[in-house]
Write a protein that binds this ligand. Structure first.
Ligand code: 4AD
Ligand code: MG
Length: 460
């Protein structure tokens, strides 16, 4: 019967067939140890020369690393094996004999070499484990939101405006100036929902577009229909900085909720992060072991998280030896320093307005500060979430757009949300790769995404 490594426990004493790859092997002359993996896990298959045909033994002799193979064997419990099982090999087939010279060997490779071979490095057990934790975090996020009344709402990647400041935008020509655009007849023949009168489509080629930095602004439109919504997708930042926390393409989850204010917004973030960490601990124990992640700090991620105002945080940082200014944004080093002083995640609230985005609502007790929060992960990981209550007054928001030197015209649709049925509302966005790096205990975010895009890397 065909099964998978993850299912062999159901078949002790039976002969099974597994389809996968050989990641290592060694032979003692009479016994051949094949290290087998199939995507679900890893298991050793032991072939004895005396128990298989000489043709089969000769075939084993030709094997090369990373060949794709199909094996048959009898499942045995083996307490000494990491998987707890072993197969007594019965037969063996090579699907494709790998070429000689698989680039990734047992010797230590540098990070650039491994990233150049990312398409193959993904097969390493550590990288397998990271991708499985990443999948768990994504799944838990969807589950938690759906259990709490949030609807998945897809926001566009091609946008006419910036969301998070204009310095880190990837700009592109969205059809050249005066370029002829073909009239699509499909659009013209039918009205909305296939009913009613068709509309004439305007063909205005020739404008600038930007890759989305965050879906937030569109999500704000979504919640005026759905109440609570979240998006999840790739976002882009032309970050020129080469740090362990920055990618130029990364996955963000933005969430937004109507009638939720600053305090409620942080309560949502706290509950979501607690759920994610609890699920990773419960369901990725093996993966964390492979990654040699010390799980004690993760077990301490429990509500209530620490709350500091920006004012308190900068004061504390100066006590700890930082030279941070009273109204400065926290640098990566400041975040690292601060998180080493607490064993729970830290909310930092109410930043000076001048270091944050135009859409944040001001603090009614101090108009120079905003009702925002960053959430810092412990153990030096730093910012994983940025969120805020949004400015919901039309005149004030228009003024902020002007004050930030932005052209109000492409924001007209966004201003409509304040013209028609505006409500207090708040939201936040998490950086998936930063959460994966933290939970997996990785130093750099580049290993958390299948194909990292960095300032100096677009390949493979
Ligand atoms: O703090 P940011 O810039 O917030 C926003 O974009 C808001 N519009 C979100 C919202 O309120 N809906 O980004 C959110 C998170 C950060 O906390 C960080 O975790 C991650 O996105 N992030 C990055 N991750 C990897 N590489 C980068 N270059 C990142 N920039 C931000
Ligand atoms: Mg931020």
């Amino acid at each position: 019967m065909i099964t998978t490594v993850s299912q062999v426990r159901e078949h002790i004493g039976q002969e099974v067939e597994l389809q996968g790859w050989c990641y290592n092997f060694r032979s003692s002359g009479k016994i051949f140890f094949l290290q087998f993996r199939d995507g679900t896990g890893r298991v050793q298959v032991v072939f004895s020369k005396s128990e298989i045909s000489s043709d089969q033994w000769d075939l084993l002799d030709q094997l090369r690393l990373e060949s794709s193979v199909i094996v048959r064997g009898i499942v045995k419990a083996e307490p000494r094996a990491p998987s707890g099982f072993e197969l007594q090999g019965v037969s063996f087939k090579i699907v494709q004999l790998a070429q000689e010279g698989y680039p990734i060997g047992k010797k230590e490779h540098g990070p650039e070499f491994l990233l150049d071979n990312r398409h193959l490095w993904l097969r390493a057990e550590s990288q397998w484990a990271v991708q499985r934790v990443r999948d768990r975090i994504i799944t838990s996020t969807y589950e938690w939101f759906h259990e709490n009344g949030f609807i998945k709402f897809d926001t566009p990647i091609l946008t006419p405006t910036s969301c998070e400041g204009t310095t880190e935008l990837f700009e592109m020509d969205y059809f050249g100036e005066g370029e002829k655009v073909e009239q699509g007849d499909e659009v013209e023949k039918v009205g909305p929902l296939g009913k009613g009168e068709p509309e004439k489509v305007e063909t205005s080629g020739g404008t600038k577009a930007y890759l989305a930095q965050s879906g937030q602004l569109y999500l704000e439109a979504g919640i005026m229909s759905l109440g609570r919504a979240f998006d999840f997708g790739p976002v882009f930042r032309a970050e020129k900085s080469k740090t362990r926390r920055h990618l130029t393409e990364f996955w963000m989850m933005d969430a937004e909720a109507a009638y939720v204010e600053h305090e409620g917004n942080m309560a949502i973030q706290e509950a979501l992060i607690c759920r994610i960490v609890a699920d990773v601990l419960a369901q990725c124990a093996y993966e964390l072991k492979v990654l040699e992640r010390d799980i004690e700090p993760l077990k301490k991620v429990q509500a209530p998280f620490v709350h500091l105002t920006h004012e308190e945080a900068t004061k504390k940082l100066r006590e700890l030896g930082s030279d941070i200014g009273e109204r400065a944004d926290l640098g990566a080093d400041d975040e690292t320093l601060l998180t080493q002083h607490y064993d729970r995640p830290i909310f930092i609230e109410k930043y000076p307005a001048e270091v944050k985005a135009f859409y944040m609502k001001r603090d009614p007790h101090d108009d120079t500060r905003v009702l925002n929060n960053d959430l810092l992960a412990p153990e030096g990981y730093g910012e994983i979430i940025g969120g805020s209550q949004r400015e919901d007054d039309y005149e004030t928001l228009l003024k902020r757009i002007h004050d930030h030197g932005l052209d109000p015209k492409p924001f007209d649709w966004y201003l409509d949300l304040r013209r028609y049925g505006s409500v207090p509302h708040s939201g936040f966005g998490y950086g998936l790769e930063r959460i994966v790096a933290w939970t997996c205990g990785l130093h750099h975010v580049r290993e958390t995404i299948p194909f990292p895009r960095l300032v100096n890397r677009i390949n493979p």
